[in-house]
Design a protein around this ligand. Structure first.
Ligand code: GLY
Length: 308
């Protein structure tokens, strides 16, 4: 009997992480969070579970972990508020859901899934999305849940810059997961607080289907991290699928090609990708990216720096 094949790849954001710049505590916290997310998602896939369930479970762990810029630990807007974006997509049906600018749902990725499965819509924003969350009975959380002193410090530092610098330290954060399950179905999920000192009302690539998140059984599942404006302009996640499906590229070629295109435009960030054949990987043009992979025949592996 052949063993069922499955793969889960996750990210906890790309950015300026370099050896020596991260404290040992921050390094260890990042690795522990990634490991826990891989275990949560891998448990579902190893039991024969669904790729969408696995990516949601992995992202929920990262959202609850204040080390990452999503859910608890999200970055602040320039006005000192926290506005979260998230999306999920199932590659077997092309069903998709996203939320933008949500403020009170503990796990925004689960709200995105509720939009996908319990509404006729694909994207809900702001107060309407917050109201839908309450109607659907999702767990609510107050501002104190999301707030962390480190994110506040990062905002204060940025606002104090004479040029009013906007995420100039490349602390991009964002979390995501892509998976292929034993049935060969792929799924993707992404969640983020966005960019430090963003204007309130700004929406990044993460909740936009085709920009920061996409899944199609005919090609791949993708979750992106980085400077969202560039990912939106290039339609990165969908174009990776299009390159695989229509141009015959491998997922690695397509991911590398889109990161090259991103760099040509001046953008920085990364992508994680899986194919329906069980292949998985990543590409990024920042010094580091929190990332990890687990599969039917490999134990959880995590990495942060570009030389790992
Ligand atoms: N990539 C996350 C954002 O730009 O909001």
């Amino acid at each position: 009997m052949t063993q069922a094949r499955w793969t889960l790849v996750i990210h906890g954001g790309s950015g300026s992480m370099e050896r020596g710049r991260l404290s040992p505590d921050a390094d260890a916290a990042g690795r522990a969070g990634l490991h826990a997310a891989l275990v949560a998602g891998g448990k579902i896939l190893s039991a024969g579970g669904d790729a969408t369930d696995a990516v949601e479970a992995a992202v929920r762990v990262l959202e609850d972990d204040p080390a990452f810029n999503a859910g608890r630990g999200s970055v602040y807007t320039a006005d000192g508020t926290i506005e979260c974006d998230a999306a999920v997509m199932a590659g077997d049906t092309l069903a998709a859901g996203g939320v933008a600018g949500v403020t009170a749902t503990r796990n925004p990725v689960s709200l995105a899934r509720a939009v996908m499965e319990r509404s006729p819509h694909v994207l809900l924003t702001g107060a309407g999305a917050d109201a839908f969350s309450v109607e659907q009975g999702l767990e609510q959380a107050g501002p104190d849940w999301f707030a962390t002193p480190e994110r506040r410090r990062q905002l204060d530092e940025m606002l104090a810059r004479p040029d009013g610098g906007f995420d100039s330290g490349m602390k991009y954060g964002t979390v995501g997961a892509v998976a292929v399950d034993a049935a060969g179905h792929v799924a993707a999920a992404t969640s983020t607080g966005g960019l430090t000192a963003k204007r309130w009302g700004r929406v990044g690539d993460s909740p936009l289907i085709g920009a920061g998140t996409y899944a199609d059984n005919r090609a791949a599942a993708i979750s992106c991290t980085g400077a969202g404006e560039y990912f939106i302009r290039l339609g990165v996640a969908h174009e990776i699928c299009a390159r695989v499906r229509l141009a015959g590229e491998t997922i690695e070629e397509a991911a590398d090609g889109m990161i090259d295109a991103l760099g040509d435009l001046g953008g920085k960030g990364g992508v994680i990708v899986v194919g329906p054949d069980g292949s998985g990987g990543w590409a990024f043009n920042t010094p580091g990216m929190y990332r990890g992979m687990i599969s039917h025949d490999s134990a959880p592996e995590v990495a942060i720096y570009g030389d790992e």
